[in-house]
Write a protein that binds this ligand. Structure first.
Ligand SMILES: [Zn+2]
Ligand SMILES: [Zn+2]
Length: 99
């Protein structure tokens, strides 16, 4: 049986920051290993940031919608910053206070 996964184009607006980027990557809001099917297209910076700030456990149990993610103060601050950045490589370091 094949699961219906929404098709994500490779270029376009990022689901989180809304910037148009040359390459979107697929983020599972709930990990596939936990039966998640919903996939969003994120730019590399947003995708790395999510995983730098939050563990998969936190992402799947608490932050499994885009709205929930946007309400995190860390993400709100990040989005304000990244909206002013051009589409270029952004280095994201894993945070010590990752939760
Ligand atoms: Zn983004
Ligand atoms: Zn991801």
């Amino acid at each position: 049986m094949r699961l219906a996964v929404p098709s994500i184009s490779k270029t376009g607006p990022c689901a989180l920051c809304g910037r148009h980027v040359a390459r979107l990557s697929r983020h599972h809001l709930v990990p596939r290993s936990e039966g998640g099917r919903e996939v969003v297209g994120l730019c590399a910076a947003c995708h790395q940031t999510l995983h730098a700030f939050f563990s998969n456990r936190t992402l799947s149990s608490e932050l499994n919608t885009l709205d929930a993610l946007r309400q995190q103060p860390e993400i709100t601050r990040y989005l304000r910053w990244v909206s002013r950045q051009p589409d270029r490589r952004i280095i994201v370091r894993a945070r010590k206070d990752r939760r």
